[in-house]
Design a binder for this molecule. Structure first.
Ligand SMILES: NC(=O)c1ccc[n+]([C@@H]2O[C@H](COP(=O)([O-])OP(=O)(O)OC[C@H]3O[C@@H](n4cnc5c(N)ncnc54)[C@H](OP(=O)(O)O)[C@@H]3O)[C@@H](O)[C@H]2O)c1
Length: 262
């Protein structure tokens, strides 16, 4: 992909993985549109946008259908998006009976519904041009499951199968998808895992790479036109065991579960 001719939209672009991807796209000369609820003035995206007309910040709360619709209308009117990166996400974690019902809604809205609706809105223009890429940031949690992760896992498994179905639907159209099975990445969300899971899970199985390292891997998959971007090392091995030896996977995961919340 020749980035200097491309317009990319990255949701959740204000920090973490989204911002690491944005920096890569900007470096390649792509017009880069970022979506997040806010862009604080003292943080990198707002500072970078001040003197770079190729960086556009679009504040929007993706958990709110009304705001999503307004964003889609603006995108169709003002821009011609070639690459959509559905990356915005929120972590949900805790035993089900302890979860805030509104938080459950937010998790599904942001992680799953916003990704589906943005894809739905931007796809017709891509089909017309016979080119485009939809990148969906699921997680190894689309396949790994363990106590306390039910809602987050449901949102990511949903996003994963949405992407795989769509990939088949788009064969031969010139538009393609890339599913990210993202491993632990050192971001604000990663720091929150201890707070949400620490009271009932032993978390010593967790490991994380830097956002920049993961962005490199995503770009490698994008260039090779792969359909799925896999993690490496222990996470890749975990996916293999999960898929082919589910009982062994569950036995391993059970050993980390401490039981009731304290
Ligand atoms: N970090 C990991 O270990 C890991 C592992 C696997 C998958 N992932 C996935 O990777 C993606 C990025 O995560 P990250 O680790 O970079 O997390 P992060 O640092 O917490 O960033 C999340 C991004 O999503 C935005 N966002 C959250 N709620 C939003 C809303 N209602 N409307 C619009 N934007 C919203 C945030 O901006 P505002 O808060 O300003 O809205 C921020 O830009 C997520 O989908 C996550 O599930 C992360």
């Amino acid at each position: 992909v020749k980035l200097s001719t491309q317009t990319v939209l990255i949701t959740g672009g204000s920090r973490g993985i989204g911002w690491a991807l944005a920096e890569r796209f900007l470096k390649g000369g792509a017009k880069t549109l970022l979506v997040a609820r806010s862009f604080p003035e003292d943080e990198a995206p707002a500072k970078a946008a001040k003197d770079n007309p190729d960086l556009v910040l679009l504040p929007c709360d993706l958990s709110k259908p009304v705001e999503r619709k307004a964003l889609c209308a603006k995108l169709l009117n003002d821009f011609d998006v070639d690459i959509l990166v559905n990356n915005a996400g929120v972590l949900s974690g805790g035993l089900l009976q302890t979860l805030d019902p509104d938080g459950i809604e937010t998790c599904i809205q942001v992680n799953l519904l916003a990704s589906i609706q943005l894809s739905r809105a931007l796809l017709p223009k891509m089909l017309e041009k016979k080119s485009g890429v939809i990148i969906n940031n699921a997680s190894v949690s689309a396949e790994f499951y363990f106590p306390g992760a039910q809602v987050y896992a449901a949102s990511k498994a949903g996003l994963s199968l949405f992407t795989k179905s769509l990939a088949m639907e788009l064969e031969g159209t010139g538009v393609r998808t890339l599913l990210l099975l993202t491993p632990g990445v050192k971001t604000k969300m990663y720091d929150d895992i201890q707070n949400r899971y620490g009271s009932f899970m032993k978390l010593d199985f967790l490991a994380a790479v830097t956002p920049e390292a993961w962005a490199d891997r995503v770009f490698d998959s994008l260039e090779k036109e792969e359909k799925i971007c896999y993690p490496s090392g222990k996470d890749r091995m975990g996916l293999f065991i999960n898929r082919h030896f589910p009982s062994l996977y569950e036995k391993g995961m059970r050993s980390y579960f401490k039981g009731e919340e304290v």
